[in-house]
Design a protein around this ligand. Structure first.
Ligand SMILES: Cc1cc2nc3c(=O)[nH]c(=O)nc-3n(C[C@H](O)[C@H](O)[C@H](O)COP(=O)(O)OP(=O)(O)OC[C@H]3O[C@@H](n4cnc5c(N)ncnc54)[C@H](O)[C@@H]3O)c2cc1C
Length: 556
């Protein structure tokens, strides 16, 4: 794909064996463990010692960084203390009760299940290194101050987020900690002075560190290519942080008072349930599965060398990396992926494909930095540029899109895949986004919020960043494209295999008819297409009065 295009790749990931037709290979549990052990071995430094001034207790507040390998918050907490207490808060605003503006749950059951698996795996990986994970149900701003008080922690270490809801929680936690006073025991009078515990926030979600950018985030270029070229030429990606063989001990006092370690939630305890998908891929949550998937895709299946040619696929486990759910939950570090790409380039081959994975990870970084630059406006109807467009919130149209009943097999198949698996290829996401906003004229935030509910890899910056681009309200006016469904189907699903996989009623059709079966044999098309083959009609909502020049380009 070109720089100007808003990145395309796709798909599903660490994959439990799917059932039903066209089964895909699975990632075996043993291989996962072996790959994870090997990755940890390479990143463990037996001689690593705690810092000279290390003392007291530090809490690590796990958020979207559910990993041990290359977790700088954990590494810094260990280096600065005598004992570390890892904590995760099951926040009711995200699980269970919380809903969006349009009434969908904040976290759908499939992502909740994935995150539960991430927590289980994190707990095990911490236990292997002399720690454990304390799990509590409630808001971090209520839970952390009382835990900190019970174990007399001097600091809470956590990864910094960039979007408004997460930033608000950071502020509330900081405020809560200011109310806590920790008595200090020591010999000098200075040491006896009571202290307020600190919140130490660390940047760690991106491949390039924010402090290594060649410009302040407020001056981030509005064109991706400019950003990419600047970081590629003037910055470098830091190495993964090294681990000590043991991260223990956990604090020896105070835990009984706060009711022990707590347990990993179940879907039932969150009042959620999933219907097991009969097809597609199943992603297993957790760092071990993530490291296993990297091993499988890069080394075992040797797919990295052809990634650029396959990445626009829609069917199967290996057309793209499928790293996104683990990257979004933080069970996989983007710096680790970068290191593995470099290792592969040294040991096997370096080509356009190996580079392209990094190119896509730079898109991910870019959206994260954009969210820091533009703040709340990425969630607003007019986006960062405050573009005025008349949108519809027609419920019937929206529901036909959401449920995969539009009469366009390519849209319906993708929406059914999302619903069944929590995943959709990048190609699919671009197509269904364009259809919702261009052909249906529906308020893009309804689509973005539905994605937020369903996606295993939901990440506010990437999701809303891509949706604002797709809706033509993003920061870069040039990133605004219409995806013609007939053309996309012809290019990316020429034999109708993808649509027939998700819509079995199309299997009996001749391959060339599966993407255009006709109303009599499939579903009547719910809206006409804005650009339909040769009959192109400009959408009057997107006219020169409301939009800058050169913004309505057709996707090639
Ligand atoms: C409307 C829309 C919504 C999206 N919402 C999300 C989201 O909530 N979370 C998310 O992680 N991605 C999102 N994406 C980006 C992209 O579709 C997924 O990252 C990709 O499909 C994941 O599959 P993969 O891991 O196999 O990707 P690959 O093709 O293997 O790419 C490797 C990695 O690069 C990153 N990446 C690739 N493309 C993009 C992109 N366009 N934007 C940001 N990062 C990218 C991802 O971390 C991905 O895992 C969205 C795209 C669109 C068009």
């Amino acid at each position: 794909m070109t720089d100007a295009a808003a990145s395309s790749s796709s798909s599903s990931a660490s994959l439990r064996p799917p059932r039903g037709p066209a089964a895909v290979p699975s990632l075996g549990a043993e291989e996962t463990t072996a790959a994870a052990d090997e990755a940890f071995r390479r990143h463990t430094s037996p001689g690593l010692r705690r810092g000279s001034g290390a003392g007291g207790v530090a809490v690590v507040w796990f958020r979207n960084d559910l990993r041990v390998l290359d977790n700088e918050a954990l590494a810094r907490a260990w280096a600065a203390s005598e004992a570390v207490l890892p904590v995760y808060c099951v926040d009711p605003r995200l699980f269970g009760g919380g809903t969006h503006r349009f009434g969908f749950p904040k976290t759908g059951a499939l992502r909740a299940q994935f995150l539960i698996e991430c927590l289980g795996d994190l707990k095990q990986n911490l236990q292997k290194r002399g720690l454990d994970l304390l799990i509590r149900h409630g808001k971090p701003e209520d839970i952390l101050p009382s835990i900190v008080k019970s174990v007399s922690a001097h600091t809470v270490y956590a990864h910094k987020e960039s979007c408004s809801e997460e930033l608000l929680v950071e502020r509330l936690v900081r405020r809560g900690l200011e109310q806590v006073v920790i008595p200090q025991v020591g010999t000098s009078s200075n040491h006896n002075k009571p202290l307020n515990p600190k919140l130490q926030l660390i940047w760690g979600a991106t491949m390039y560190h924010i402090d290594d950018l060649p410009f302040p985030v407020s001056n981030l270029p509005d064109v991706y290519t400019q950003f990419r070229k600047a970081v590629e030429s003037k910055s470098s990606v830091r190495s993964c942080s090294k681990l000590a063989p043991s991260l223990g001990p956990a604090p020896s006092f105070g835990l009984g008072e706060i009711g022990g370690w707590g347990s990993v939630p179940t879907l039932e305890s969150l009042d959620l349930s999933v219907t097991k998908a009969e097809k597609g891929m199943h992603f297993i949550g957790g760092e071990s599965a993530a490291l296993g998937r990297v091993h499988e895709y890069f080394w075992k299946n040797d797919q990295l060398k052809v990634y650029k040619e396959t990445r626009n696929g829609m069917l199967g486990p290996d057309y793209s990396t499928k790293f996104s759910p683990w990257l979004a939950s933080g069970s996989l570090s983007p710096r680790y992926v970068c290191e593995e790409v470099k290792r592969y380039e040294k040991q096997r081959v370096a080509n356009d494909s190996t580079y392209w994975v990094l190119f896509e990870l730079i898109w991910r970084d870019y959206f994260r930095f954009l969210s820091a630059k533009y703040g709340n406006s990425i969630f607003h109807l007019g986006g960062p540029r405050k573009v005025v467009i008349k949108w519809s919130q027609d419920q019937t149209l929206f529901e036909s899109w959401r449920d995969g009943r539009t009469g366009f097999p390519l849209i319906d198949a993708n929406m059914k895949e999302l619903l069944a698996t929590g995943f959709m290829s990048n190609r699919g996401r671009q197509i269904v986004c364009s259809f919702l906003v261009r052909d249906m004229g529906i308020d893009w935030r309804m689509g973005a919020e539905w994605f937020e509910t369903c996606l295993l890899d939901y990440d506010p910056a990437s999701n809303y960043g891509n949706w604002t681009y797709g809706a033509g309200v993003g920061n870069d006016p040039r990133e605004d494209r219409y995806f013609s469904i007939p053309k996309q189907a012809k290019t990316y699903d020429p034999n109708g295999e993808y649509v027939a996989y998700w819509l079995p009623e199309l299997r009996s059709f001749a391959k060339e008819r599966r993407n255009s079966p006709g109303a009599a044999s499939y579903i009547k098309q719910i809206v006409p297409l804005k650009f339909d083959g040769g009959n192109q009609k400009r959408d009057q909502r997107f006219n020169r009065q409301t939009r800058p020049k050169n913004v309505y380009r057709r996707q090639k």
